[in-house]
Write a protein that binds this ligand. Structure first.
Ligand code: NDP
Length: 488
């Protein structure tokens, strides 16, 4: 095969995602020597931008691994690979400038692999794919061509299916890399390693030993200036359809036979298929909705908006492994702290031979998988308090990422995902059927909750754990939220 070169084309080069995430991730990958030697980076946007302005965010993005600031010769070598051009994915001849830039930076003698990254507003994903199709950018003649699509992928099942249809009219599924950056987090990958590289937990990982599973994605920030997006989305679209259901799938999936993209994703799809659908008419009874006090005063939020900024719900996975084990999912904005955690609460011992404490109960074992910010795994179990007759106390076995790996930097998820996309490893990207399954779980809930006379979301104070109704919701099942990971 002829020697190949690789070009990374970023649509949305002047945007927030490129500046804050993609440029630093690419700079770090370059500094670590993980980009192909001949790599070229081309940014596309409608704004007037010169290569110097565009490269500034790459310069600033050189992280600790590159010993900021980069050595002059390092920067010289890297910056000569950074280019930008005018492009408008909505205009008929909107990719002409890109075509000229590609002709200038790619060698005519070597086939050029291309990674196209859509760092664009979601409404532009389909037009961008079609524009690339008209220019023949998907054609793989002796090289590869891949498309990375950001989230959100659709706003409901129909729009997601339509977006899949449009994208598939240009790119084949094996060329499409749909991002949920949660999957690029080291700790989410560690969850896979924890489950499938250790023999001791897997026999316990089922209804036989697990009482319930709680998945929390909490944010301390408010919606700030994102009302235009958020008020139409709400927490169910923003968080549940993607991050929370992906975490559920990773926790609940069967062991795949290999760590290859399709075997892994087949297992995730099976879990999502097994999630019991909650019909629209039951949504109000099955979902707790909240809205933080002050949401209506945020700039751009329409008066009287009922958009939920918090939700908690119970899902059941109808298969042999999980029958009867509730998965409680919750997420919200303006909460006590920022944290993502998966808590596995095991069943209580079937018969207690020890006298019980004053509260008349002992806590059952809990495995806490803390995904951020204090990444680690903690197993809580009972121990005998010293110098007591038989006083039992919960204690922890702890694994802490930072301590165990000598404070080694945890790279940003985008670094891992960009590298995987360049290497053609789609394991941590979402397949079209996963997206559609996820929407088919969430759609009826959103629909049901929008129907009058559904109660408006309960108002909760910012800086709390959300609405009181979420506690009552679990109390109805005789349980409580556990919250064992410490947030940031
Ligand atoms: P921005 O609005 O900051 O950037 C959008 C980019 O698109 C700009 O560079 C804009 O440049 C370009 N653009 C707009 N219209 C066109 C057009 N017709 N043709 C070509 N380029 C165009 O958005 P973000 O960077 O915040 O988000 C991008 C995507 O990433 C979204 O889908 C978002 O949901 C997703 N995302 C963003 C995150 C973030 O941290 N920002 C996190 C996770 C996901 P110009 O106007 O100059 O053309």
């Amino acid at each position: 095969m002829a020697e190949q070169t690789t070009t990374i084309v970023i649509f949305g080069a002047s945007g927030d995602l490129t500046t804050k995430k993609l440029a630093p991730a690419l700079a770090d990958l370059y500094a670590k020597g993980r980009l192909a030697p001949e790599v070229q980076i081309v940014g596309v946007a409608r704004s007037e931008m010169n290569a110097q302005e565009f490269s500034a965010s790459f310069y600033d993005g050189f992280g600790p691994a590159a010993h900021f600031p980069p050595a002059p010769e390092t920067w010289q070598d890297f910056s000569r690979r950074i280019h930008c051009c005018y492009g408008d994915v909505l205009a008929p001849d909107g990719l002409d400038g890109l075509e000229r830039t590609l002709a200038a930076v790619e060698s005519p003698d070597k086939p050029a692999n291309r990674l196209y990254y859509l760092a664009l507003a979601p409404s532009l994903f389909a037009p961008a794919a079609l524009a690339m199709g008209r220019a023949g950018y998907q054609q793989e003649n002796g090289c590869w061509r891949r498309l990375v699509v950001e989230k959100p992928f659709g706003i409901d099942l129909n729009t997601a299916m339509e977006l899949n249809r449009v994208i598939h009219s240009v790119f084949a599924e094996h060329q499409v890399y749909r991002i949920d950056h949660y999957l690029g987090k080291e700790t989410v990958q560690n969850l896979l390693v924890f489950r499938f590289a250790n023999a001791i937990f897997e026999p316990l990982w089922s209804r036989n030993y697990i009482d319930n599973i709680q998945i929390t994605v909490a944010e301390s920030v408010s919606i700030a200036d994102r009302a235009a997006y958020y008020d139409n989305a709400g927490v169910l679209r923003d968080m549940f359809q993607s991050h929370l259901l992906q975490l559920l799938a990773v926790v609940a999936m069967e062991p795949p036979s290999t760590f290859e993209a399709d075997t892994l994703r087949n297992e995730k799809v099976k879990v999502l298929e097994s999630v019991r659908r909650i019909p629209s008419q039951d949504a109000a009874a099955c979902v707790v909705q909240g809205q933080y006090d002050g949401y209506l005063d945020e700039p751009g939020v329409p008066p009287g908006s009922r958009t939920p900024t918090y939700a908690a719900l119970r899902l059941d996975v109808d298969n042999w492994r999980w029958q009867g084990v509730p998965f409680y999912l919750r997420s919200g904005k303006a909460l006590t702290n920022k944290r993502t955690e998966v808590l596995i609460q095991f069943r209580r011992p079937p018969h207690l031979i020890f006298p019980q404490g004053p509260s008349g109960d002992i806590t059952s074992n809990t495995l806490s998988i803390c995904l951020q910010p204090n990444e680690g795994v903690h197993l809580e179990f009972q121990a005998k308090a010293p110098d007591s007759t038989l006083d039992l106390r919960p204690v922890n076995l702890e694994f802490n990422y930072e301590d165990s790996f000598g404070g080694q930097e945890i790279p940003d998820a985008y670094e891992r995902l960009l590298l995987d996309a360049l290497n053609g490893d789609a394991s941590l990207f979402i397949r079209s059927d996963e997206i559609e399954q996820s929407w088919s779980i969430i759609d009826p809930l959103i629909h049901g909750l929008s129907q009058p006379p559904t109660r408006p979301p309960e108002i909760y104070d910012p800086g709390t754990e959300g609405p009181y109704a979420a506690d009552d919701f679990l109390a109805r099942d005789g349980r409580a939220w556990l919250g064992k990971c410490i947030g940031g």
